[in-house]
Design a protein around this ligand. Structure first.
Ligand SMILES: Nc1ncnc2c1ncn2[C@@H]1O[C@H](COP(=O)(O)OP(=O)(O)OP(=O)(O)O)[C@@H](O)[C@H]1O
Ligand SMILES: [Mg+2]
Length: 117
């Protein structure tokens, strides 16, 4: 299994969420995050002083899928999160060893075909 972590613009969340849902991916974790990219944050003036290293607010999605579906999910997220402007975010993909469905006790390991693990 792969875990896809995507840091996207908050205003793109609805489009990404809908596209994932329409493609059959229903389970995901959503977190509000703040961070820094290559550019500095917006310059703010406060009491006559300027501050330019402010973090930007983003939405982070975590979604765990079979290995065979990771590329498709990455494409869905990147196509629906892109504006083409700086700040569109990042997607990271990593390996997951084990997933446990708490209610049923089902344990998933390795490459599997079904969604919603
Ligand atoms: N190397 C990184 N590791 C972890 N998180 C990152 C990294 N780079 C960016 N992020 C996260 O992504 C958010 C958005 O970054 P951003 O899209 O501005 O990246 P960028 O590298 O500056 O690309 P761009 O030039 O398109 O703006 C950051 O606020 C941060 O939360
Ligand atoms: Mg940036």
């Amino acid at each position: 299994m792969k875990k896809i972590e995507a840091i996207i613009r908050p205003e793109k969340f609805d489009a990404v969420r809908t596209a994932l849902h329409d493609a059959g991916y229903h389970g995901l974790t959503v977190t509000s995050v703040s961070g820094f990219g290559e550019q500095r944050g917006p310059v703010r003036i406060w009491r006559g002083r300027s501050f330019s290293s402010e973090s930007v607010q983003r939405t982070e999605l975590e979604i765990v899928v079979p290995d065979t579906e990771a590329d498709k999910v990455v494409s869905i997220i990147s196509e629906n999160a892109r504006t083409g402007q700086p700040g569109d975010g990042r997607i990271y993909v990593s390996d997951v060893d084990t997933a446990v469905h708490i209610r049923t006790g089902t344990v998933h390991t390795g490459v599997e075909e079904e969604k919603g693990m």
